[in-house]
Structures are given as C-alpha cells and as structure tokens.
Design a protein around this ligand. Structure first.
Ligand code: GLU
Ligand code: ASP
Length: 496
C-alpha cells in the first residue's frame, strides 16, 4: 500500500468518538469482543464435550485424545491466520476477510449446537479454523490502519483492543458453562453462535460510518498472471490432498494420530520457512537481517510460554474437572468457569503493567529480559500446581491452587503477549509487514502443535512428573534467555 493510500485511509476514519480514539475502534473492539466471546466460550466446554461419556451428552472420547484434539484445534486456528492474512493482503482486503471469517465461524458454532456426531464436530472445526484465520489477524491489523504513523495514541488503541479480547474471553466461559451444565452442551455452543452473530451485526452495521476506507484496500493485489498461477496451485493442492485422503483414510493409513503428528511437524516447519524466507529475501537489508536473527530466540521463548498458557484450557481444565474440589464456600463451581480466570486477571493487571512501564521509562527491562521473566512466571505456574497433588495425594484439592496458577501465568502473559506483538512489528523486515500478525500467531500455533504431543503423556497419576518437567524446562529456558539477552539486544540493532 502506498503512503498516499495510507494517508487517505487515516483521513477517512472519524478520528474521535471512542474514548478519545478513532470511532472505528468501537467497531473493531466489539467485533473482536464477540469473536473471542464465541471462541473462548466454545473452548471452555468443548474439552468436556469431547471426553464426557455419551450418557452425559459428550462424545465419549478418551481424555488424552480429547486434550490432543483441543491443542491441534488451537494450532490450526492460529496457523490458518497465514492464509487469512495472505487472502486479505492479496485478494479481497481485510474488511471482507473479517466478514467472511465471521460467517464461517458462526456456521461452525451452529454446527456444534446441533446434536450430532463426531463427524459434525470435525465439520464445525474446519469452519471455525478457516473463519478465525480470516477474521483474527485481519481485525487486529485494521486497528493499526486507523492511526497516522506518528499518532501517539496507537499503543493505547491496541491496549483498549486487547481489553476487548479479554472481556469477551472473560464473560463467555461463565455463560456457556452454566448453560451447558443446565441444558446440555449444544445449548452452550448455541450461545457461542449467537455471540458471533451479534459480532457480525455490529461489524456490518457500523463499519461504513466508523471505519471509512480502513480495511477496504487490497494491499498488494494479485496480478492477472499470478491469479492464474495461484488458482492452478490451489486447485491442484485441493485435488491432490482430497485424493490422498480419499485413499488413505478408508485404508486406515491416515488416522487422528497421523494428523496430530503432521500438525506437529507443520507447527515447526512453517515458522522455520518464514524465518528463512525473511532472512534470505533480497528485500531484507543487512540491519533487518540481524533483527530476524534476534527474533528467533524470542520466538522460541514465546512458543514455550504459550505452550504452558494454552494448557490452561486443556490440562488445567481437565485438572479442574477431575482433581479439584468443586464445592467451595457453599458454591458448586462449574469446571468451565476456571477459563474466565485468565482473562479476568489480564483485565485487572494490564493497566498496572502499562503504568509500571510508563513509570520505569528508560529503566524498564529490555524486550529479551521481559520475555525471560515472562517464561519464569509460566514455569512457576506449573510448579505451583504440582504442590497440592504432592501434599494430598489422590484426594481432591482446593480450587485456590488453580486460581493461583492462573494468576501467575498471567503475570508472564503480560510480559510476553503485548510486548511480543509490538516486538514483532519492530523486528520484522518492512517488506513483510503485512504478515506481522500471522508471524506472531505462529508462536501460539507452534506451541499448541507441541502441546498436542505433550498432553498425551499426562495422567493424574504422573502429574508431579508432568508439571515438574514442563515447568522446569520453562525455567531453564528463561535462565538461558536471561544470560544471552545482551547478545540478542545487540542483534536487535537499536530496537528496545
Ligand atoms: N489470548 C490472546 C487472544 O486471543 C492472545 C492470542 C495469542 O497470541 O495466542 O487474542
Ligand atoms: N488471555 C487470552 C487472550 O489475551 C484469553 C484467554 O486465554 O482466555 O486473549
């Protein structure tokens, strides 16, 4: 997109109207609020839906398989951002991508809300994966489009947007779990579908007035010959993959396990290819090349961090269900409610961290040191959760242990999530700026691809070993990162 286009977009957005921010932030805030509402509301009950017995309304899958599928699902949702970002940049622009994405997501949740079979569940998964890939990275990048390059409100705008994400993620698990406990899983999923529907309405009804031209430009449109080339490639890929699956699946050669392993490989392969392409591209200059190198250890740390954070909705959800005393102070707790703790703590603590950074000014830790500290908290959050089992053996443990663990991981999340996104925008070569969001989400994708393998080893009987070794690995990595942080800083060439 040319500089003139960028300026034209900024001028077309009413620059005031939402807490002193561009009016479009209202539209994007609520679209993403509802999308995350539906995503996290669905995930809060999905894991139980998969492993609860059929008599309890579940699919009756094995616990570990359900946990692996949850992780694979999460990995695919963030991997598909690569395709969603590409389609927006080269084919239909961000605004249309958000709209199509929202529609797919809504149909995905509708499919889940119709009592059906395992195959219905996989159909819905495809819809939600593709839909989120189209919506999530693109809605975030429109936020950036609304501010002029030197607008000092930009970071605050992203912080408000981040609050919207977590507000949606906070409210929905409370609702979907309570409803699914009372009326069955499918009604819980129906709430997620309604949430995405409301999000779509908000987006469509307010975008013209609030977003102006933001999201309407195709940044780097395909030329006629590229269109032809990519149509052939896509068409051939679909035919080949479809053909292979049609032969392999009936012959038992492509099972859920093969799929889990395949995604595990892709989780590592895709970011590796990205880094190689960015590093060797003729459009990348010498300083940018050095920054790509600096980004690699940060990315690895982010993968380790998200691996632990995302187990909050898989392993810890299972722990809440099976190992925790859910009668607390006269209240009967629904295991899905624990999913609201992470976003609740984010909402409470994000302003504290923001003001701490302002207060510290130049004295605040460097990006690699923040990452190292974030990883340390993640590691500690896992060590904390092994204590109750160690003390009380097989008997149910107090829910406060989980509360503490979620709290500690959030301390880490606030050192890694907002910092990492902004570091990605600063460290990615200019020629790849349209893909910044996708690159950052690949850390979450890789983390969950890794989790799909890790969670296979979890059983309540070996939890000390499980939490201890993963938490220990995170702490070790945190120490290594801390030690090499001055070197990383040097490679960052002036970014801090
Ligand atoms: N929980 C945040 C969200 O849903 C962070 C996503 C991520 O980077 O994994 O937007
Ligand atoms: N903290 C996560 C995010 O920022 C939300 C969650 O895990 O529930 O969206």
């Amino acid at each position: 997109m040319s500089k003139l286009d960028k300026q034209r977009i900024v001028e077309s957005v009413p620059q005031k109207g939402f807490f002193g921010h561009p009016k479009g932030l209202f539209t994007l805030f609520f679209t993403e609020f509802w999308e995350r509402f539906s995503y996290y509301g669905m995930r809060a009950i999905l894991v139980f839906y998969m492993y609860y017995e059929v008599s309890k309304g579940g699919l009756g899958l094995d616990d570990n398989l359900a946990l692996s599928i949850m992780s694979i699902y999460g990995a695919l949702v963030y991997m598909s951002g690569v395709i969603g970002g590409w389609l927006a940049d080269r084919v239909f622009g961000t605004s249309k991508a958000i709209f199509y994405g929202g529609i797919l997501i809504m149909f995905g949740h509708i499919a889940l809300s119709i009592p059906g079979s395992l195959s219905m569940f996989f159909v819905s998964m495809v819809f939600i994966v593709l839909g989120t890939g189209l919506l999530k990275p693109n809605v975030s990048s429109v936020v950036g489009e609304m501010y002029a390059e030197n607008d000092s409100r930009r970071d605050a705008g992203f912080s408000i947007f981040y609050m919207g994400i977590n507000l949606g993620a906070f409210i929905s698990p409370l609702l979907t779990s309570s409803v699914s406990d009372a009326y069955g899983f499918h009604w819980g999923f129906a709430i997620a579908a309604v949430g995405m529907f409301v999000g779509l309405i908000v987006f469509m009804a307010t975008k013209k007035k609030n977003l102006g031209l933001a999201g309407t430009y195709v940044g780097n449109p395909l030329t006629a010959s590229e269109k032809k080339k990519y149509s052939i490639i896509f068409g051939a890929a679909i035919v080949i993959i479809g053909g292979l699956l049609a032969v392999l699946i009936p012959n038992g050669l492509f099972t859920v396990d093969t799929f889990i392993n395949l995604i595990g490989i892709l989780g590592i392969l895709i970011p590796t290819i990205y880094f190689l392409v960015m590093y060797f591209s003729p459009k990348t200059n010498e300083v940018e090349r050095s920054r790509v190198v600096a980004y690699i250890p940060l990315f690895i740390a982010a993968v380790m961090f998200w691996a632990i954070q995302e187990q909050g909705s898989t392993i810890l959800a299972n722990y809440a269900d099976k190992r925790t005393d859910l009668d607390f102070a006269g209240i009967s707790i629904s295991p899905g409610w624990f999913q609201s703790l992470n976003p609740l703590f984010i909402i409470m603590l994000a302003p504290v961290f923001a003001s701490m950074w302002v207060k510290l000014g130049d004295r605040q830790p460097s990006i690699p040191k923040k990452f190292s500290l974030g990883l340390l908290f993640a590691g500690i959050s896992f060590l904390v959760i092994l204590i109750p089992g160690y003390i009380s053996g097989d008997s149910l443990v107090s829910p406060l242990w989980l509360v503490l663990s979620y709290f500690i991981v959030v301390l880490g999340e606030l050192l890694i999530s907002p910092v990492g996104l902004s570091a990605t925008t600063k460290l990615a070569p200019v020629a790849f700026s349209a893909q910044t969001m996708s690159v950052w989400f690949l850390a979450s994708a890789a983390a969950q691809a890794l989790n799909a393998q890790l969670v296979k080893f979890y059983t309540p009987a070996n939890e000390t070993m499980y939490f201890g070794s993963i938490g220990g690995a995170a702490i070790l990595l945190s120490i290594i990162l801390f030690v090499i942080s001055p070197i990383i800083q040097k490679f960052m060439r002036g970014i801090n």
